[in-house]
Design a protein around this ligand. Structure first.
Ligand code: HEM
Length: 506
């Protein structure tokens, strides 16, 4: 009797073979095309892998060197993996402004065990749905209600800094990281944290461990296959860190969920006073997610944890690192510090007057100061995309579908063609007349295009509240300077050493 199974078997084999052959052909073609792009000298199969097997501080320096040497574009590769690095605003614009090329690059895969596919790491329909759910949590009126929390947390920080005044210097890093963690927990998650909590200290340590572990793995391609990676000490460290991070955020969610179920008195914004918001009640992030889960069902508890992990990380680490550099820059530039303080005192008066949301919004010199600080020290030094659609760059290269593209925000912001004397710190670069003729993609600390930073206004407000509270209470003098800092390659712009500042009570 005739059986269909052998025929089916051969058809399946043939289709699988054709599919795999096509994939291999595309990959080889892509590698051949991309490797024609100039780049650092590479060994035949190994590519640049040995060059990148170096200490995090040396890799940081090498990347800056490549950025200068190969402007506007270079390729880098190890074994079969190739990445194209973009440095010019024109090339960067064509990738970041695309509504299609919004998928994240391979490097984000290193974060998947921890963040899974939250807003930062997700793609396609899932990303669109989540972005839609989360956007209202950063609405103007929500931010307005957060400003009181930022101001109160700043008051706590000022009390801590008072105790530091008797010391020859203060390492600002742990104080500022605690501040931003407490701020994101209380605003977006509705959870108050306290200073001495060992859990919270461990949480911050584990976030830094994850950054280290991810970069370590990213620079060692033989650790990409899970089978090899799972035999390493790094993997064991990652598992322990991820477990601790997930346990922490699960506790935050469960606590809030319990409160949400017990009462309907969730954190609500102040009732809007102007008509354009139509009197709608808006909810802070975690409450909004819980409400969406209970009422609409298009997110579950696991999805909520993905977002809580994502926002606890993105919402405190980026802002903290920027604030640490900002405090150092204030200390190094007394004239600029005086101008920032004068503007603050004019807006709020002395340390006893209350800092308001409206006044924070009006601090225009402070805003220029923060922007210039984020130019020199962008919190996220590079971002990455995997092309869904081929791109021809204005610099003249064809990048096929599936090419891994890195956007080096750090090098873009230090480009002397765009920023004359790029290492000079000068907030006046952001005066309206100075920005008028600048390329819109010459300055992108918050990225740009559809996948820009959802929390940028939140971050600006938080940074202004802290800096205003600090400058009106203290004079900052320099201990560390830009030259004494040792930068390391990491997901977030960090230094190997402390960032030290001397505080004196005014
Ligand atoms: C100085 C502070 C900050 C800087 C410099 C910064 C920078 C960035 C950058 C460059 C991206 C793009 C990442 C990429 O394409 O891979 C990004 C995305 C993101 N940021 Fe921020 N960020 C800051 C603060 C915040 C805050 C305070 C929050 C939350 C409260 C936040 C939440 C996010 C999220 C969720 C994304 C992913 C958005 C998406 O893909 O739709 N960030 N941020």
């Amino acid at each position: 009797m005739f059986s269909i199974f052998p025929t089916l078997f051969y058809v399946i084999i043939f289709i699988s073979f054709a599919y795999i052959s096509r994939k291999i052909y595309d990959r080889i073609k892509r590698i051949i095309i991309v490797r024609k792009i100039p780049g650092p000298r590479a060994l035949f199969v190994f590519g640049n892998v040995f060059e990148l097997l170096d200490s995090p501080e040396n890799i940081w320096m090498k990347l800056r060197k490549f950025g200068k040497e190969f402007y506007p574009i270079y390729r880098i590769f190890s074994f079969h993996l190739t990445a194209v690095n973009l440095l010019s605003p024109e090339d960067i614009e064509i990738v970041l402004s695309s509504p299609v090329n919004i998928n994240k690059g391979f490097s984000y895969f290193m974060l998947h065990k921890w963040l899974e596919t939250g807003l930062l790491t997700s793609e396609g329909q899932k990303w669109q749905t989540r972005r839609k759910i989360l956007t209202p949590a950063f609405h103007f009126n929500i931010l307005r209600s957060f400003s009181n929390i930022f101001v109160k947390e700043t008051e706590e920080l000022v009390k801590e800094l008072n105790l530091e005044c008797s010391k020859p210097y203060t390492n600002v890093v742990p104080l500022i990281y605690r501040f931003t963690l407490k701020a994101i927990a209380e605003t977006a998650m509705g959870t108050k944290m306290n200073n001495d909590n060992q859990d919270e200290k461990e949480y911050i340590k584990n976030i830094h461990r994850m950054g280290n572990i991810s970069m370590n793995r990213l620079l060692r391609p033989w650790l990409f296959p899970q089978i090899f990676y799972s035999l390493t000490e790094l993997y064991r460290m990652e598992r322990a860190a991820v477990k601790a991070l997930h346990d922490f955020t699960t506790r935050v969610i469960r606590k809030r969920l319990k409160e949400f179920r017990l009462s309907s008195s969730v954190v609500k914004e102040e009732q809007p006073s102007d008509e354009c918001y139509g009197g709608k009640t808006r909810l802070a992030m975690l409450d909004l997610l819980i409400k969406t889960m209970t009422e609409e069902g298009n997110i579950d508890e696991h999805g909520i944890r993905e977002e809580v992990d994502t926002f606890m990380f993105e919402g405190h680490d980026t802002t903290a690192t920027s604030l640490c550099f900002s405090l150092m820059l204030l200390a190094c530039h007394q004239e600029i510090q005086n101008k920032v303080r004068e503007e603050v005192l004019e807006a709020f008066g002395n340390a006893n007057n209350e800092i308001t949301f409206k006044d924070l919004q009006g601090l225009s010199y402070m805003e220029m100061f923060i922007k210039e600080s984020l130019r020199l020290y962008p919190s996220v030094p590079f971002i990455s995309r995997r092309l869904v659609e081929p791109v021809t760059t204005p610099s003249g290269y064809y990048l096929p579908r599936d090419t891994e593209v890195n956007v080096h925000i750090m090098d873009l912001h230090l480009n002397e063609k765009l920023w004359p004397d790029p290492y000079r710190f000068d907030p006046d670069r952001f005066l309206p007349e100075a920005t008028k003729h600048r390329h819109p993609f010459a300055y992108i600390p918050f990225s740009a295009g559809p996948r820009n930073c959802i929390g940028q206004k939140f971050a600006m407000l938080e940074m202004k509240a802290l800096l205003a509270g600090v400058v009106r209470s203290f004079r900052l003098t320099a201990v560390d300077t830009p030259d004494s800092l040792i930068h390391v390659v990491d997901l977030v712009n960090r230094t190997k050493n402390e960032i030290k500042v001397k505080f004196e009570r005014l």
